[in-house]
Design a binder for this molecule. Structure first.
Ligand code: DP6
Length: 334
Protein backbone atom coordinates (compact mmCIF):
# COMPACT_ATOMS: atom_id res chain seq x y z
CA UNK A 1 0.00 0.00 0.00
CA UNK A 2 1.33 3.48 -0.76
CA UNK A 3 0.62 6.90 0.72
CA UNK A 4 -1.83 7.89 -2.02
CA UNK A 5 -3.94 4.78 -1.34
CA UNK A 6 -3.98 5.55 2.39
CA UNK A 7 -5.08 9.11 1.66
CA UNK A 8 -7.87 7.78 -0.55
CA UNK A 9 -9.20 5.76 2.37
CA UNK A 10 -8.78 8.62 4.82
CA UNK A 11 -10.12 11.34 2.54
CA UNK A 12 -12.24 10.06 -0.33
CA UNK A 13 -12.91 13.66 -1.43
CA UNK A 14 -10.54 16.59 -1.23
CA UNK A 15 -11.88 19.92 -2.45
CA UNK A 16 -9.97 23.09 -3.29
CA UNK A 17 -8.29 25.00 -0.49
CA UNK A 18 -10.69 27.61 0.80
CA UNK A 19 -8.37 29.88 2.65
CA UNK A 20 -5.14 30.05 4.54
CA UNK A 21 -4.57 27.88 7.60
CA UNK A 22 -2.31 28.45 10.56
CA UNK A 23 -1.56 26.24 13.54
CA UNK A 24 0.94 25.43 16.27
CA UNK A 25 2.03 21.94 17.27
CA UNK A 26 4.33 21.06 20.16
CA UNK A 27 7.54 19.15 19.84
CA UNK A 28 7.62 15.86 21.71
CA UNK A 29 10.24 13.80 23.52
CA UNK A 30 9.83 10.04 23.48
CA UNK A 31 10.27 8.23 26.79
CA UNK A 32 9.88 4.92 24.94
CA UNK A 33 11.34 5.44 21.48
CA UNK A 34 10.08 4.73 17.99
CA UNK A 35 13.00 3.04 16.27
CA UNK A 36 12.48 0.90 13.18
CA UNK A 37 9.66 0.63 10.65
CA UNK A 38 7.63 -2.33 9.54
CA UNK A 39 6.56 -0.26 6.52
CA UNK A 40 8.96 2.47 5.38
CA UNK A 41 6.57 4.06 2.89
CA UNK A 42 3.81 4.61 5.47
CA UNK A 43 6.06 5.16 8.51
CA UNK A 44 4.47 2.22 10.32
CA UNK A 45 6.55 1.37 13.39
CA UNK A 46 7.91 -1.93 14.64
CA UNK A 47 6.97 -0.93 18.19
CA UNK A 48 4.56 1.31 20.06
CA UNK A 49 6.13 4.39 21.65
CA UNK A 50 5.26 6.94 24.31
CA UNK A 51 6.18 10.61 24.49
CA UNK A 52 5.55 13.79 26.35
CA UNK A 53 4.74 16.92 24.36
CA UNK A 54 6.77 20.04 25.06
CA UNK A 55 3.94 22.50 25.64
CA UNK A 56 4.89 25.82 23.99
CA UNK A 57 8.09 24.60 22.33
CA UNK A 58 7.40 23.55 18.79
CA UNK A 59 6.39 24.77 15.36
CA UNK A 60 3.90 27.31 14.06
CA UNK A 61 3.04 26.89 10.39
CA UNK A 62 0.93 28.97 8.05
CA UNK A 63 -0.12 27.82 4.59
CA UNK A 64 -1.72 30.03 1.99
CA UNK A 65 -2.75 29.18 -1.58
CA UNK A 66 -0.84 31.41 -4.01
CA UNK A 67 -0.90 32.11 -7.70
CA UNK A 68 2.53 30.72 -8.55
CA UNK A 69 4.16 27.89 -10.48
CA UNK A 70 5.49 26.18 -7.39
CA UNK A 71 5.38 26.26 -3.61
CA UNK A 72 7.32 28.90 -1.74
CA UNK A 73 8.63 27.40 1.45
CA UNK A 74 9.99 29.61 4.22
CA UNK A 75 11.74 28.36 7.34
CA UNK A 76 12.10 30.86 10.16
CA UNK A 77 11.59 33.69 7.66
CA UNK A 78 14.08 32.45 5.07
CA UNK A 79 12.99 31.26 1.62
CA UNK A 80 14.29 27.71 1.15
CA UNK A 81 15.80 26.62 -2.16
CA UNK A 82 13.26 24.40 -3.99
CA UNK A 83 15.75 21.50 -4.03
CA UNK A 84 16.60 21.77 -0.33
CA UNK A 85 15.67 18.82 1.87
CA UNK A 86 13.23 20.90 3.89
CA UNK A 87 11.36 22.31 0.87
CA UNK A 88 11.33 18.90 -0.79
CA UNK A 89 9.80 17.11 2.24
CA UNK A 90 7.24 19.91 2.65
CA UNK A 91 6.25 19.81 -1.02
CA UNK A 92 5.95 16.03 -1.08
CA UNK A 93 3.70 16.13 1.96
CA UNK A 94 1.42 18.77 0.43
CA UNK A 95 1.33 16.64 -2.75
CA UNK A 96 -0.64 14.06 -0.76
CA UNK A 97 -3.55 16.51 -0.58
CA UNK A 98 -3.38 17.98 -4.07
CA UNK A 99 -3.66 14.68 -5.88
CA UNK A 100 -6.26 15.94 -8.32
CA UNK A 101 -5.08 19.54 -8.38
CA UNK A 102 -1.36 19.44 -9.22
CA UNK A 103 -1.43 23.09 -10.31
CA UNK A 104 -2.11 24.27 -6.73
CA UNK A 105 0.73 26.16 -5.08
CA UNK A 106 1.16 27.30 -1.51
CA UNK A 107 3.24 29.70 0.43
CA UNK A 108 4.34 27.85 3.55
CA UNK A 109 5.74 29.73 6.54
CA UNK A 110 7.28 27.56 9.24
CA UNK A 111 8.59 28.96 12.48
CA UNK A 112 10.38 26.69 14.92
CA UNK A 113 11.23 27.89 18.38
CA UNK A 114 13.54 24.87 18.72
CA UNK A 115 16.69 24.25 16.69
CA UNK A 116 15.86 22.47 13.42
CA UNK A 117 17.41 19.00 13.06
CA UNK A 118 19.29 19.16 16.34
CA UNK A 119 17.78 15.98 17.70
CA UNK A 120 15.03 18.06 19.25
CA UNK A 121 12.34 16.54 17.06
CA UNK A 122 11.45 19.59 14.99
CA UNK A 123 10.25 17.32 12.19
CA UNK A 124 7.62 15.96 14.59
CA UNK A 125 6.16 19.35 15.44
CA UNK A 126 6.75 20.52 11.87
CA UNK A 127 4.63 17.85 10.18
CA UNK A 128 1.99 18.05 12.91
CA UNK A 129 1.67 21.82 12.47
CA UNK A 130 1.70 21.50 8.66
CA UNK A 131 -1.03 18.84 8.88
CA UNK A 132 -3.25 21.02 11.05
CA UNK A 133 -2.69 24.10 8.85
CA UNK A 134 -3.51 22.16 5.66
CA UNK A 135 -6.59 20.56 7.22
CA UNK A 136 -7.84 24.05 7.99
CA UNK A 137 -6.94 25.46 4.56
CA UNK A 138 -8.67 22.62 2.69
CA UNK A 139 -11.60 22.70 5.12
CA UNK A 140 -11.25 18.96 5.78
CA UNK A 141 -13.28 17.32 8.48
CA UNK A 142 -10.73 15.05 10.08
CA UNK A 143 -10.77 14.08 13.75
CA UNK A 144 -7.55 14.59 15.76
CA UNK A 145 -6.94 10.84 15.43
CA UNK A 146 -7.26 11.01 11.65
CA UNK A 147 -5.01 14.06 11.58
CA UNK A 148 -2.49 12.04 13.56
CA UNK A 149 -2.60 9.34 10.85
CA UNK A 150 -2.03 12.00 8.21
CA UNK A 151 0.86 13.62 10.10
CA UNK A 152 2.49 10.19 10.47
CA UNK A 153 2.84 10.00 6.70
CA UNK A 154 5.12 13.05 6.89
CA UNK A 155 7.22 11.83 9.81
CA UNK A 156 6.44 8.99 12.18
CA UNK A 157 6.95 10.86 15.43
CA UNK A 158 4.71 13.70 14.16
CA UNK A 159 1.64 11.57 14.92
CA UNK A 160 2.37 12.13 18.64
CA UNK A 161 2.67 15.93 18.24
CA UNK A 162 -1.04 16.31 17.49
CA UNK A 163 -1.67 16.05 21.23
CA UNK A 164 -0.47 17.60 24.48
CA UNK A 165 0.82 15.81 27.55
CA UNK A 166 1.66 12.09 27.50
CA UNK A 167 0.92 10.47 24.16
CA UNK A 168 1.11 6.84 23.16
CA UNK A 169 1.62 6.00 19.52
CA UNK A 170 -0.34 2.80 19.09
CA UNK A 171 1.48 0.84 16.42
CA UNK A 172 -1.69 -0.69 14.92
CA UNK A 173 -1.99 -3.85 12.85
CA UNK A 174 -3.62 -2.74 9.63
CA UNK A 175 -1.75 -2.71 6.39
CA UNK A 176 -3.13 0.74 5.50
CA UNK A 177 -1.99 2.15 8.85
CA UNK A 178 -5.34 3.73 9.70
CA UNK A 179 -5.03 2.29 13.22
CA UNK A 180 -1.46 3.57 13.74
CA UNK A 181 -1.69 6.97 15.44
CA UNK A 182 -1.19 8.94 18.63
CA UNK A 183 -3.55 8.64 21.59
CA UNK A 184 -3.45 11.22 24.39
CA UNK A 185 -3.23 9.66 27.85
CA UNK A 186 -5.62 11.09 30.43
CA UNK A 187 -2.78 11.72 32.85
CA UNK A 188 -1.10 14.78 34.24
CA UNK A 189 2.22 15.19 36.04
CA UNK A 190 2.46 18.85 37.07
CA UNK A 191 5.89 18.40 38.72
CA UNK A 192 7.54 16.92 35.64
CA UNK A 193 10.33 18.98 34.04
CA UNK A 194 12.33 18.42 30.87
CA UNK A 195 15.68 20.21 30.56
CA UNK A 196 17.19 20.64 27.11
CA UNK A 197 20.96 20.32 27.13
CA UNK A 198 22.29 21.49 23.78
CA UNK A 199 25.58 19.80 23.08
CA UNK A 200 25.39 20.65 19.38
CA UNK A 201 22.52 22.40 17.61
CA UNK A 202 23.86 21.79 14.09
CA UNK A 203 22.32 19.60 11.39
CA UNK A 204 22.88 15.93 12.22
CA UNK A 205 24.89 13.87 9.72
CA UNK A 206 22.46 10.92 9.48
CA UNK A 207 18.73 11.59 9.85
CA UNK A 208 16.42 9.31 11.85
CA UNK A 209 14.87 7.80 8.75
CA UNK A 210 18.18 6.51 7.35
CA UNK A 211 19.52 5.78 10.83
CA UNK A 212 16.69 3.45 11.74
CA UNK A 213 16.77 1.77 8.36
CA UNK A 214 20.48 1.08 8.74
CA UNK A 215 19.92 -0.31 12.23
CA UNK A 216 17.08 -2.61 11.15
CA UNK A 217 19.11 -3.88 8.18
CA UNK A 218 22.52 -4.37 9.77
CA UNK A 219 22.34 -4.70 13.58
CA UNK A 220 21.63 -8.19 14.96
CA UNK A 221 21.21 -6.47 18.30
CA UNK A 222 18.07 -4.83 16.90
CA UNK A 223 16.24 -8.13 17.33
CA UNK A 224 16.03 -7.51 21.05
CA UNK A 225 14.59 -4.00 20.60
CA UNK A 226 10.85 -4.79 20.23
CA UNK A 227 10.95 -6.78 23.47
CA UNK A 228 12.75 -3.99 25.30
CA UNK A 229 10.29 -1.41 23.98
CA UNK A 230 7.17 -3.35 24.91
CA UNK A 231 8.40 -4.01 28.45
CA UNK A 232 9.42 -0.34 28.81
CA UNK A 233 6.05 0.84 27.56
CA UNK A 234 4.23 -1.23 30.19
CA UNK A 235 6.54 0.06 32.93
CA UNK A 236 6.06 3.67 31.79
CA UNK A 237 2.30 3.28 32.07
CA UNK A 238 2.83 1.97 35.58
CA UNK A 239 5.10 4.93 36.43
CA UNK A 240 2.60 7.45 35.02
CA UNK A 241 -0.35 5.84 36.81
CA UNK A 242 1.44 5.94 40.16
CA UNK A 243 3.48 9.15 39.59
CA UNK A 244 6.60 7.10 40.37
CA UNK A 245 9.36 9.41 39.11
CA UNK A 246 12.29 7.05 39.75
CA UNK A 247 10.54 4.43 37.65
CA UNK A 248 9.71 6.90 34.86
CA UNK A 249 13.24 8.29 34.73
CA UNK A 250 15.04 4.96 34.91
CA UNK A 251 12.86 3.34 32.24
CA UNK A 252 13.22 6.34 29.90
CA UNK A 253 17.00 6.42 30.35
CA UNK A 254 17.43 2.68 29.83
CA UNK A 255 15.15 2.79 26.79
CA UNK A 256 17.20 5.58 25.19
CA UNK A 257 20.49 3.82 25.89
CA UNK A 258 19.10 0.54 24.52
CA UNK A 259 18.10 2.32 21.31
CA UNK A 260 21.56 3.86 21.04
CA UNK A 261 23.12 0.43 21.63
CA UNK A 262 21.30 -0.87 18.54
CA UNK A 263 22.54 2.13 16.54
CA UNK A 264 26.13 1.61 17.64
CA UNK A 265 25.85 -2.06 16.66
CA UNK A 266 24.87 -1.08 13.09
CA UNK A 267 27.25 -1.10 10.17
CA UNK A 268 28.67 1.37 9.32
CA UNK A 269 28.40 2.27 13.00
CA UNK A 270 26.01 4.98 13.98
CA UNK A 271 27.21 6.97 16.95
CA UNK A 272 25.35 10.23 17.48
CA UNK A 273 27.18 11.00 20.72
CA UNK A 274 29.93 13.54 21.00
CA UNK A 275 32.51 13.57 23.81
CA UNK A 276 30.41 16.27 25.47
CA UNK A 277 27.31 14.03 25.34
CA UNK A 278 29.17 11.32 27.26
CA UNK A 279 30.53 13.87 29.74
CA UNK A 280 26.96 15.02 30.40
CA UNK A 281 25.74 11.43 30.89
CA UNK A 282 28.52 10.86 33.41
CA UNK A 283 27.59 14.05 35.16
CA UNK A 284 23.98 12.89 35.47
CA UNK A 285 25.11 9.52 36.86
CA UNK A 286 27.42 11.23 39.36
CA UNK A 287 24.66 13.59 40.52
CA UNK A 288 22.33 10.62 40.89
CA UNK A 289 24.91 8.84 43.06
CA UNK A 290 24.92 11.99 45.18
CA UNK A 291 21.16 11.69 45.64
CA UNK A 292 19.68 13.94 42.95
CA UNK A 293 16.66 12.39 41.21
CA UNK A 294 17.86 13.20 37.70
CA UNK A 295 17.67 11.08 34.54
CA UNK A 296 18.13 11.70 30.83
CA UNK A 297 16.89 10.60 27.47
CA UNK A 298 18.35 11.20 24.00
CA UNK A 299 17.05 10.95 20.46
CA UNK A 300 19.05 10.44 17.28
CA UNK A 301 21.45 13.25 18.06
CA UNK A 302 24.11 14.37 20.55
CA UNK A 303 21.80 16.36 22.85
CA UNK A 304 20.50 15.23 26.24
CA UNK A 305 17.02 15.86 27.56
CA UNK A 306 17.10 15.85 31.35
CA UNK A 307 14.15 14.50 33.29
CA UNK A 308 13.52 15.75 36.82
CA UNK A 309 10.79 17.08 39.06
CA UNK A 310 10.13 20.70 40.06
CA UNK A 311 11.59 20.12 43.54
CA UNK A 312 15.02 19.46 41.95
CA UNK A 313 14.85 22.38 39.53
CA UNK A 314 17.25 24.70 41.40
CA UNK A 315 19.77 21.92 41.98
CA UNK A 316 19.65 20.92 38.30
CA UNK A 317 19.99 24.51 37.08
CA UNK A 318 22.97 25.03 39.38
CA UNK A 319 24.68 22.07 37.66
CA UNK A 320 23.50 22.86 34.12
CA UNK A 321 23.32 26.65 33.99
CA UNK A 322 21.44 28.22 31.12
CA UNK A 323 19.55 25.13 29.96
CA UNK A 324 16.00 25.57 28.74
CA UNK A 325 13.47 23.95 31.08
CA UNK A 326 10.03 22.90 29.88
CA UNK A 327 7.17 21.97 32.20
CA UNK A 328 4.84 19.95 29.97
CA UNK A 329 1.98 20.01 32.47
CA UNK A 330 2.40 23.46 34.01
CA UNK A 331 -0.80 25.48 34.27
CA UNK A 332 -1.96 26.38 30.79
CA UNK A 333 0.60 24.11 29.08
CA UNK A 334 -1.40 20.97 28.47
C1 DP6 B 1 14.92 8.77 17.78
O1 DP6 B 1 9.91 10.41 13.36
O2 DP6 B 1 12.07 11.58 12.78
O3 DP6 B 1 13.41 10.62 17.73
O4 DP6 B 1 9.39 8.58 10.64
O5 DP6 B 1 11.55 8.58 9.42
O6 DP6 B 1 10.44 10.74 9.93
P1 DP6 B 1 10.69 9.31 10.37
O7 DP6 B 1 11.51 9.37 11.72
P2 DP6 B 1 11.34 10.30 12.99
O8 DP6 B 1 12.11 9.43 14.09
C2 DP6 B 1 12.19 9.79 15.42
C3 DP6 B 1 13.10 8.85 16.12
C4 DP6 B 1 13.48 9.21 17.53
C5 DP6 B 1 12.61 8.49 18.55
C6 DP6 B 1 11.21 9.00 18.75
O9 DP6 B 1 10.95 10.20 18.61
O10 DP6 B 1 10.37 8.17 19.11
Amino acid sequence: MNKAETIERLLPEIGSPRASGEHFAPSNIALCKYWGKRDAELNLPVNASLSVSLATLGTRTRVEPIDAEQDQVYLNGLLQAPDSRFADRTRRFIDLLRVNQPQLAFRVDTHNNIPTAAGLASSASGFAALTRALVEAFGLSLSPTEQSVLARLGSGSACRSLFDGFVEWQMGQREDGLDSHGVALPASWPQLCVGLVKVDAGEKPVDSRSGMQRTVETAHLYQSWPLQASSDLARLHEAIDSLDFALLGSVAEQNALSMHATMIASWPPLLYWQPQSVAMMQKVWQLRREGLALYFTMDAGPNLKLLFEAASRDAVLAQFPGIEVVEPFAAGAA
